[in-house]
Design a protein around this ligand. Sequence first.
Ligand code: S3P
Length: 172
Amino acid sequence: MSYNIILIGFMGCGKTSIGNILACELGYSFIDSDEKIEEISQKSINQIFQIYGETYFRQLESSVIKNISKIDNQVIATGGGIIKSQINIYELKKNGLIIYLKASPEHIYNNLKEDNSRPLLQVDNKIETIKVLLNEREVFYEKYADIMVDVSNKDIETISQIIFNTIKDVIF
Ligand code: S3P
């Protein structure tokens, strides 16, 4: 069966690193929507937000999602804000299984405390901002997910293995 495996979840939950391992295990190609956006615009996500603003970034994100959804047999790591637009989910669900990597605010903070590549987290109180944003978004991650995997306090190999075991009967 032709499918895409789509990883959704908050910034810093491990979509890219887990997606890479999973793609290898499945023999699928791997694509990261943020990397694609950076490649197309020849700018970092920070630069895109600074120069053009978030609205422009979201338009670019939706157009990238639409294009990458046309191909099958990929593991797709999405940006944490993908759920802000229902059309993104509509495109991804056409040929994809959506997996939500659920992480606690503490787990996310731990992964991102030294990271400056997320424009929305360049704030004075990072943990508080993570809590507020996660609280707003969690309902959408849960609503759109076909499968949910709790990633807090687990290493990326273990998480990839859990996902592989969960989906292998569906996709092979
Ligand atoms: C964003 C998440 C980021 C990136 C951008 C906005 C968000 O991707 O798309 O900084 O709104 O949550 P990651 O989830 O890969 O960090």
